[in-house]
Structure formats: C-alpha cells, structure tokens
Design a protein around this ligand. Structure first.
Ligand code: GLU
Length: 293
C-alpha cells in the first residue's frame, strides 16, 4: 500500500508497530485503526513499522500476514516500511552513547539466576533484577567476557535518574474520551532494564524509542499493556535528547473467556475471523469503534 509522504514538520505522525511473532488479533486491529483514524482526522501521517528484533520468534510469513490483514481492514500506510532487524547497527550506536555516559554495565546473569535472587517483580510481572552484576569489578567482568559468557547490557537506572536530575512525566491523551492530562513517570520501579539483549545489540525499549524519534513520531497510540513502559521510554528520550511524543493508551480487547487476546491463540486471529466470513465492518463493531472516518 502506498501513500505519498507529505513532509510538513508540523504534521502529526502516528504509527502502528507490530511484532511479527504471531498473528494479529482484534487488539491489534483496534490499535492500528485508532492510529489510522487519528492520522486521518488530524491530516497527519500514518506509518507502519515492523518490530522484529526478536530474531528467534519473528517470521517473514507473519510480516506478510500483517500487510494482508491491514490492507483488508482498509488501512493505507507510507512506504518504505521500516523493519527493525535491518537497522541493528543504528541501535548499537545509541547503546554506545549510553555506555559512553557511564550508564550501562554488562550483565552475565541467566534468567534462572535472576528468578532465584529476585525479591519482587517489575511492572511487566517479570522478576525484578536484583542488581547482581552492577557492582562486578573490572577483573570479574574481563574474566567472564574472556570465558565467552554471554552478556546483556543493562541501564544503571539510579545513575541515569541522577544524571537526568528532574522528575519525568508525559502527556497522556485519551483518544476515545478526548481528555488529556500530565502523568508522572516512575522509572525507578523498573530497576536496571536491559538496553541490549544477549542475542542482539538492542532491546524493545531502546529500538522503539530510537525509531519513534528517527521517524518523527509525534503521537504514540498503543495498548494499556504498554502503559508502564512509557516510564522507561521517557528516561531514554531524556538521555538521548530525543523529542517527547504525546501518549495515548487504549483499552485492551478481551476474549470470550474474559482474558486479554493472545497471539498464541490462532482462533482469535484476524485471519481466522476473515476466513470465517467476518468483514472489516464486523471487526470495527467487535472492537467497539465508531465506524467510518
Ligand atoms: N512491537 C510492540 C508490540 O507488538 C509494540 C510497540 C509499541 O507500540 O510501542 O507489542
């Protein structure tokens, strides 16, 4: 699908940024449609970005299916579509900047070690990182690296917040209710997040923030499940001197069992609904959106 990019610096820029590691469901449809409609209503731009840094789980077949599902829903996006896996070196450059500020450290811990030592969980429900590798001496780090022990790079959150030196917040709008407020960010609750994974020189947090800045995204509309991540994103934007977008987090769509939809349940996919005879208008009704734009 092709749309001509109008390069007006004051134009709002929206994006839908799915990860091709499963089939899209109605929750994704709501996200994509809200972004697309908001771009239409504001004479803004609508981008599609493929977030495929998880090389073990991303599949080309899912990328093709994303294009098919979104075209079927009637969405039009600008070309070329950015695929994160093609830009790993750019993310590595941003990681290097954080490292040069003295804000990162290598973490050699395994998942099991973290789970065994954690005393709580982060906002995503994962075991909180207990800070094990933060105080490793240079000699221990050199030894582990020389042994070939794989390592991730973590952000020293306390040091990052000290460097920023002021509380962070973000502007949150509710696209459906239409209200707007300033929300305080609470990044400390995330602890020392991973900035570069063991297998790739980036992480979800780093590449999403990098790309939104690079692509001039002004409005981020995504599900409530990513609300808490905004805390980390504000930290990275502040450290890397990226502009601050406006945020909107939409309701999640629940399945008939009352649970959040999951990519792992093919019966809930847009493809299955389409093949079962649903129309785009049915999907719009199912996600309780106003029809038409
Ligand atoms: N790629 C993320 C996902 O599919 C969404 C990223 C975002 O909207 O910030 O969950």
């Amino acid at each position: 699908m092709k749309a001509t990019a109008k390069l007006d610096m004051t134009q709002p820029v929206f994006r839908f940024a799915p990860s091709p590691n499963g089939e899209l469901h109605c929750g994704h449809a709501l996200s994509a449609l809200l972004n697309f409609q908001a771009a239409r209503h504001t004479d803004g731009r609508f981008l599609l970005r493929i977030e495929d840094i998880d090389l073990g789980r991303a599949r080309d077949a899912y990328v093709d299916q994303i294009f098919d599902d979104l075209s079927w829903l009637g969405l039009i996006w600008e070309e070329p579509v950015r695929r994160q896996s093609e830009h790993m070196h750019e993310y590595a450059g941003a990681v290097d900047k954080l490292a040069a500020m003295g804000l990162t450290y290598p973490c050699f811990c395994t998942r099991q070690e973290i789970a065994a030592a954690a005393s709580g969980s982060d906002p995503d429900g994962a075991p909180s990182y207990p800070g094990t590798c933060r105080h490793l001496g240079e000699a221990a780090r050199r030894k582990a690296t020389a042994n070939g022990t794989p390592f991730a790079l973590r952000l020293d959150m306390a040091a990052a917040l000290t460097r920023i030196g002021r509380p962070l917040s973000f502007r949150k709008t509710d696209l459906e209710a239409g209200d707007e407020k300033q929300v305080q960010a609470d990044p400390a609750r995330w602890g020392d997040v991973v900035i570069a994974r063991k297998d790739v020189p980036t992480s979800y947090h780093l590449s999403v923030v990098f790309d939104d800045a690079l692509q001039g995204v002004t409005h981020i509309v995504r599900g409530m499940d990513l609300f808490a991540s905004t805390d980390v994103h504000r930290v990275l934007q502040s450290l890397l001197k990226f502009p601050e977008p406006v945020y909107s987090h939409h309701r999640l769509i629940l399945g008939e069992d009352g649970r959040k939809l999951a990519k792992s349940r093919p019966s809930q996919s847009l493809r299955a609904l389409r093949e079962g005879g649903a129309t785009p208008a049915d999907i719009i009704r199912m996600v309780r959106l106003e029809p038409g734009t």
